[in-house]
Design a protein around this ligand. Structure first.
Ligand code: NDP
Ligand code: GDR
Length: 355
C-alpha cells in the first residue's frame, strides 16, 4: 500500500455536504486534497469556497479541483493518472431518493455504473493495489424492514431506484476487493445532516422553514410522510468514520449510525421547540396539520406531492462494529444537531431572506 507517499486524497462529490466536511477534515490532517466538480451553469462550489486560496482558479493551498463526471470514464482515468491518489472517496451521486423515481436511469448511471467506472479507472491506471477506496453506501439499501436495528449482516431490500443503484455500488466494491485485491470499503451510513445539508432533504427543509416562519418570511411548511423513522446523525462525525475505515489494516464494510430513531414528526416538533413554539397535531393522513399551540395557527400541512411510490418506513442502525474496530464515536446527539441546524438557518434567513 502507498504508505511512503504523501497522503493525497481524491474526492468525487466534493461540492456536496459530505465532500465539504471531508475535504476540511483531510486538509486538517495534512492531506493534499483533489476534488472532481461538475460543470454547472451556476456556481456549485459554495460549500468549499473557504477551502481554496484562489477562487477563480479553483485552486490554491492544499485544494485542487478538476472538472469531471462519474458518467465519463475517460475523465476519471485522466484525473487518477494525474493526481496519483493514495485514497479515493467516492461520494458523488444523484443522492435524492424521491428524485430517483423520476430519474431512475440517470441515478443508476451515476450511482451504480459511476462506481464501476471509478473502480475500473483505478485498474486502468495500474493502481489497484496502491490506492485505498471508500464507497458511500447507504442505509437506503436496507429499505423494507428485515431486522431492527440494521447491521452489516442485515439483508438488503431497497425501496427506490436510488437504493437499488447503491446496492449495485456496494456489491461491485466487494467484488473488486475480492477479485483484484483492492483495499476497498463500504461505509453503510445512516442519514446524516448539518447546516450544509441540501435544502430539499427533510431536515434542512424543516429547519429552513422554522427560521422563515419565525421571521415572518413563510407561513406554512408542507411535508409528505410524517411517520417515517430515521436514524439521524451529524455529517461532521460521519466523515471521520469514512477516513477511519481507510486507516485499517484490512478493508471491511461498516455501519455508521446513532442507534436511535426519530420520526419526521418528532424532528418538526424538536425544531419548532428551538424557537419556543410548541406544535400540537390534529387530524389524520393527508388532513393532518401541526398547529402553534399558543396561537392556533396552522404551521405544518401535508402535501401528497412529497409522498414516495415506495417508502422506507423505519431505519435504526447498530454501529457496534465501527465503535469496536474503528474506535469511532459521535460528538453530536440528536438535540445538538437540531439546535445547530435551526440556529444556522435563523442566521442565514436574517441576513439573506431570499436564501
Ligand atoms: P449531496 O447530494 O450533498 O452531494 C452529492 C455530490 O455528488 C455533489 O458534489 C454533486 O455535485 C455530486 N454529483 C452528482 N452527480 C454527479 C455526477 N454525475 N458526477 C460527479 N459528481 C456528481 O450528497 P451528500 O454529501 O449528502 O452524500 C454524499 C454521498 O453519500 C452520496 O453518494 C450519498 O448518496 C451518500 N450517502 C449520504 C447520506 C446522507 O445522509 N447524507 C447517507 C448515506 C449515503 P453537484 O454539487 O454539482 O450537484
Ligand atoms: P432520505 O432523506 O430519503 O432518508 O435519504 P430525506 O430527508 O429526503 O427523507 C427522509 C424521510 O422524510 C420523509 N419526508 C420528506 N422528505 C423530503 N425530502 N421532503 C419532504 O417534504 C418530506 N416529507 C416527509 C421522506 O419520505 C423520508 O421518509 C437521505 C439521502 O441523503 C440519501 O442520499 C441517503 O442515502 C439516505 O438519506 C441515508
Amino acid at each position: 500500500m502507498a504508505s511512503s507517499r504523501k497522503n493525497v486524497a481524491l474526492l468525487t462529490g466534493i461540492t456536496g455536504q459530505d465532500g465539504s466536511y471531508l475535504a476540511e477534515f483531510l486538509i486538517n490532517k495534512g492531506y493534499e486534497v483533489h476534488g472532481i466538480i461538475r460543470r454547472s451553469s451556476s456556481f456549485n462550489t459554495g460549500r468549499i469556497e473557504h477551502l481554496y486560496a484562489d477562487k477563480m482558479a479553483h485552486s490554491g493551498g492544499s485544494m485542487h479541483l478538476h472538472y469531471g463526471d462519474l458518467t465519463d470514464s475517460t475523465c476519471l482515468v485522466k484525473i487518477i493518472s494525474l493526481v496519483q491518489p493514495t485514497e479515493i472517496y467516492n461520494l458523488g451521486a444523484q443522492s435524492h431518493v424521491k428524485v430517483s423515481f423520476d430519474l431512475a436511469e440517470y441515478t443508476a448511471n451515476v450511482d451504480a455504473l459511476g462506481t464501476l467506472r471509478l473502480l475500473d479507472a483505478v485498474r486502468t491506471c495500474g493502481m489497484s493495489e496502491k490506492v485505498k477506496f471508500y464507497q458511500a453506501s447507504t442505509s437506503e439499501m436496507f429499505g423494507k424492514v428485515q431486522e431492527i436495528p440494521q447491521k452489516e449482516t442485515t439483508p438488503f431490500y431497497p425501496r427506490s431506484p436510488y437504493g437499488v443503484a447503491k446496492v449495485y455500488g456496494f456489491w461491485i466494491v466487494v467484488n473488486y476487493r475480492e477479485a483484484y485485491n483492492m483495499f476497498a470499503c463500504n461505509g453503510i451510513l445512516f442519514n446524516h445532516e448539518s447546516p450544509r445539508r441540501g435544502e430539499t432533504f427533510v431536515t434542512r427543509k424543516i429547519t429552513r422553514a422554522v427560521a422563515k416562519i419565525i421571521l415572518g418570511q413563510q407561513k406554512v411548511l408542507e411535508l409528505g410522510n410524517l411517520d417515517s423513522m430515521r436514524d439521524w446523525g451529524h455529517a461532521k462525525d460521519y466523515v471521520e468514520a469514512m477516513w477511519l475505515m481507510l486507516q485499517q489494516e484490512n478493508p471491511e464494510d461498516f455501519v455508521i449510525s446513532m442507534n436511535e430513531s426519530h420520526s419526521v414528526r418528532e424532528f418538526v416538533v424538536a425544531a419548532f421547540k428551538k424557537v419556543n413554539v410548541d406544535i400540537e397535531w390534529e387530524g389524520k393522513g393527508v388532513d393532518e396539520v401541526g398547529k402553534n399551540k399558543a396561537t392556533g395557527d396552522v404551521l405544518v400541512k401535508i402535501n401528497p406531492k412529497f409522498y414516495r411510490p415506495t417508502e422506507v418506513e423505519f431505519l435504526q442502525g447498530d454501529c457496534s462494529k465501527a465503535k469496536n474496530k474503528l474506535g469511532w464515536k459521535p460528538n453530536y446527539d440528536f438535540d445538538m444537531l437540531v439546535a445547530e441546524m435551526v440556529e444556522s438557518d435563523l442566521k442565514l434567513m436574517k441576513t439573506n431572506p431570499i436564501a
